[in-house]
Design a protein around this ligand. Structure first.
Ligand SMILES: Nc1nc2c(ncn2[C@@H]2O[C@H](COP(=O)(O)OP(=O)(O)O)[C@@H](O)[C@H]2O)c(=O)[nH]1
Ligand SMILES: [Mg+2]
Ligand SMILES: [Zn+2]
Length: 304
């Protein structure tokens, strides 16, 4: 007699995605065992950091059956698709450097994504050994004024200033390629040996590096996710209202415009516009909001 149970599907197991490369995922179980998993069909809405239920299909392989509810999700989207960056993170470390030069646009987008997603942002100016760093630090004053934490350090020499800020967090490192994210991780978690300095040829041609995201353990309670370099950060999934809310210095004035559905771009008697004239909102931040608002309005009037 065959035991009916021997033909039953393998047990459902819980694990966390610790590496996401295309549609391949490495899942870690609570005991530290790792299993390489695929998804059913063309499902690709799984991010590094996700907790999943999976079944083994072989010694070291498995199939993901479902994604467990997330506490947070950091993702970007353009008109056509969304790209998950990391899940279940509590903090996003936005890494910038004086060389190659960084874009305020990307910082603002990261801040909006964090505010919207309930993720604590932290800005790190890396490569503080470079002479151009002093000017870069000044350029970041605007974010310090808003109350964001901004740290300066030299990943190659000393990552100690960052260590206490990572305690008890699952942090994702985000930023343009070449800012030193992999260098930071290699120094924070010795033995990691992430590839440093992806070839600039790949960057120049505008292609994304194919490297996926990886989750690494600093200790039992603190974890880091290295994400591939971000050159673009579309926020099509965030509504106009939510975008305005995500600009923290707008909050005291929201709801005081003449029109209830004011988009703070062109409308008369706009409280945000007034606040910018009176100095409560800086010109670059208002411009950053308006650029995002234009994109949002365009995305909603173009249907596909
Ligand atoms: N001068 C200087 N260069 C650094 C520092 N940290 C990283 N780099 C260099 O910046 C380049 C990009 O580093 P990488 O870690 O690959 O950046 P990622 O693309 O953000 O992961 C490499 O050539 C690193 O050696 C630093 O603190 N000072
Ligand atoms: Mg890297
Ligand atoms: Zn307004």
């Amino acid at each position: 007699m065959t035991d009916p149970k021997s033909r039953a599907a393998p047990a459902l197991l819980d694990g966390q995605v610790v590496a996401a490369f295309g549609r391949s995922y490495r899942i870690e179980l609570a005991d530290g065992t790792q299993v390489d998993c695929a998804t059913r069909g063309k499902r690709s809405d799984i991010a590094c950091g996700d907790r999943v239920a999976f079944r083994r299909s072989g010694d070291n392989s498995g199939i993901i059956e479902s994604v467990l509810p997330r506490t947070t999700l950091l993702y970007r989207s353009d008109a056509h698709r969304q790209k998950l960056i990391a899940a279940n993170i509590t903090q996003a470390v936005v890494v910038v450097a004086a060389e190659p030069s960084f874009y305020d646009d990307l910082i603002n987008r990261c801040l909006v994504a964090c505010e919207h997603g309930g993720i604590t942002p932290l800005i790190v100016l890396n490569k503080d050994d470079l002479p151009q760093s002093a000017a870069a630090w000044e350029a970041l004053a605007i974010y310090r004024t808003l109350g964001y934490r901004v740290l300066r350090l030299c990943a190659r020499q000393d990552v100690a200033p960052l260590v206490p800020l990572l305690a008890d967090h699952t942090s994702v490192l985000v930023g343009q390629s070449g800012m030193g994210k992999s260098t930071l991780i290699n120094h924070l978690i010795p033995g990691t040996a992430l590839r440093v300095a992806e070839t600039s040829a790949a960057l120049d041609s505008g292609r994304h590096t194919t490297t996926g995201a990886r989750l690494l353990h600093i200790n039992a309670r603190s974890h880091l996710i290295d994400s591939p370099g971000l050159q673009v950060f579309g926020l099509h999934h965030i509504s106009l209202d939510d975008t305005a809310q995500a600009f923290v210095e707008f909050r005291p004035w929201l709801g005081q415009c003449r029109f209830r559905d004011c988009t703070h771009r062109v409308e008369p008697d706009c409280a945000i516009e007034r606040a910018s004239h009176e100095g409560g909102i800086s010109a670059p931040r208002l411009a950053a909001y308006r650029a995002l608002a234009e994109e949002s309005v365009r995305a909603r009037t173009t249907r596909y």
